[in-house]
Ligand binder design. Structure first.
Ligand code: SF4
Length: 466
């Protein structure tokens, strides 16, 4: 994912180019930096050439992302020369143990890890002094509690915590982002309210482990509007649902692990307070593989838990990601995963063929499988996942669903593109909207419409706005 942002052009001011790579969590870091830059009177430039300095927010999760980040830094250096690097890749060491970015691009001005707005701003101030404008300096809250957003106006990511207390053997995120630090619940809710008041119709809650929200603070009681609220996923979901209701907006939860505590959130989904959608990164089903992965909640009976969730909330849509060909995975363990997929009927599933990530503990595990086996298992998994997903999509034909419109050229006279509660932006399918039945009906981006599902198309639904 890559986004650039342009802020309003008010007075002549130093210009900063900005590239944001990586996941939604990196995107929210970018939003914080851009909010601060803007509050201090910097402008942003659309091009590297037109900027006085460039900031690259990098991703360091998988090898392709590392390459993309290093290439982007190279391009920015060639086109502009003054480059500050931040983000996950900035926290990674190279083969010699030195900082990887500095090793590959010694001429960068500064390198920081993720979640480092202040360090990035210090580097900006050093190399591109802050414009002195007493009026701009006085309005750090010019964008309200919500700050600059890089997403379309009608949806936004809400980051509730940073870092992770788990140590999954294939993952280097804790070494890059540190242990779990939950944001105070009062701040999170204030930001959510500002976003809804600013027109956001869909709030996507993100973190590394949303179900662990508040563990680090021992579920401390915080305050919002003078009212006590515990720092815990259940109370958070409840409060977000209440804030969303007057705006008719959606709240979607990402990165939730199948802990018993999640059971309490399902009734909120059944009653429509938050969307009946859960993004649960299972990664595997076999207990031995989960143990080798050191996955959170690996001792839980995931299939039974999922079945109970579905009984309590039949509308529940589950998205998940999996890894095929983890070191030591036997054919029987892999088949266990295929059976799980068929029985659990995961609505949306993604799968990676296992590959080493520099610095991960799993690299040392015995039983690395040949690439062909890992790829072949990934393909077999995806064939089953697609069968399940297509069957589930077909069950929706004939139903009428609420759809949030993402694109509607010419007021949607010829149709547009939207999403139902079952589709998170960028990772799931979409609802392809045909021309509305009534000639007088218009579709507007960021508004809801009812639509009758008439067909399926790959991962997508086809619908007529009614
Ligand atoms: S839960 Fe596991 S995979 Fe997710 S961030 Fe934490 S260590 Fe990484």
């Amino acid at each position: 994912m890559s986004e650039t942002a342009v802020l309003p052009n008010t007075t002549p001011a130093p210009k900063v180019g900005f590239v944001s790579l990586g996941c939604p969590k990196a995107l929210t870091d970018s939003e914080l930096i851009l909010t601060q830059l803007s509050a201090e009177g910097y402008q942003t430039s659309k091009t590297f050439e037109g900027a006085d300095l460039v900031i690259v927010n990098t991703c360091g999760f998988i090898d392709d992302a590392v390459k993309e980040s290093l290439d982007t830094i190279g391009e920015a250096l060639a086109a502009n020369g003054k480059v500050i690097v931040t983000g996950c890749l900035g926290a990674r060491a190279g083969a010699s143990g030195d900082n990887l970015v500095r090793q590959m691009h010694p001429s960068v001005l500064a390198v920081t890890g993720p979640h480092a707005t202040q360090e990035v701003m210090d580097a900006v101030h050093e190399h591109l002094p802050k414009p002195h404008d007493p009026f701009i300096d006085l309005v750090p809250g010019a964008f309200g509690e919500a700050g600059v957003k890089l997403t379309p106006r009608h949806y936004a990511y809400l980051k509730i915590s940073e870092g992770c207390n788990h140590r999954c053997t294939f993952c280097i995120i804790p070494s890059m982002r540190g242990d779990l630090v939950s944001r105070p619940i009062g701040d999170v809710l204030k930001e959510a309210r500002a976003l809804f008041e600013g027109g956001v119709k869909e709030l996507l809650v993100i973190s590394q482990d949303t179900s662990a929200y508040g563990v680090d603070t021992k579920y401390r009681t915080g305050f919002f509007d003078g009212r006590p609220v515990r720092t815990r996923m259940l109370e958070l979901a409840q409060a977000l649902g209440e804030l969303a209701e007057p705006h008719g907006a959606w709240v979607r939860l990402h990165y939730v692990y199948p802990y018993p505590s999640v059971d309490e959130v399902i009734p909120l989904m059944a009653s429509g307070r938050v969307l009946p959608y859960l993004d649960v990164p299972f990664q595997h089903s076999h207990p031995d593989v989960l143990r080798r992965m050191k996955r959170p909640a690996s001792g839980e009976r995931n299939l039974e838990r999922l079945q109970r969730w579905r009984e309590a909330c039949p509308e529940l849509v589950v998205r998940s990601t999996f890894i095929a060909g983890f070191p030591g995975e036997t054919e029987a363990e892999f088949e266990h995963l295929l059976d799980f997929m068929r029985e659990a009927r995961i609505d949306r599933a993604g799968c990676f063929a296992y590959s080493d990530v520099a610095g991960a503990v799993a690299n040392e595990l015995p039983g690395m499988l040949p690439l062909e086996v890992r790829e072949e298992r990934r393909a077999r998994f995806m064939a089953v996942a697609e069968e399940v997903s297509a069957a589930k999509l077909r069950e929706r034909v004939g139903a009428t669903m609420q759809v949030l419109v993402d694109s509607a050229p010419a007021l949607g006279r010829k149709g547009g593109v939207g999403r139902s509660y079952a589709d998170a932006p960028e990772i799931d399918g979409v609802v392809r909207l045909l021309a509305p039945q009534k000639i007088s009906k218009q579709l507007k981006v960021g508004e809801f419409t009812q639509a009758r599902i008439v067909d399926t198309q790959g991962h997508d639904l086809v619908a007529v706005p009614v």
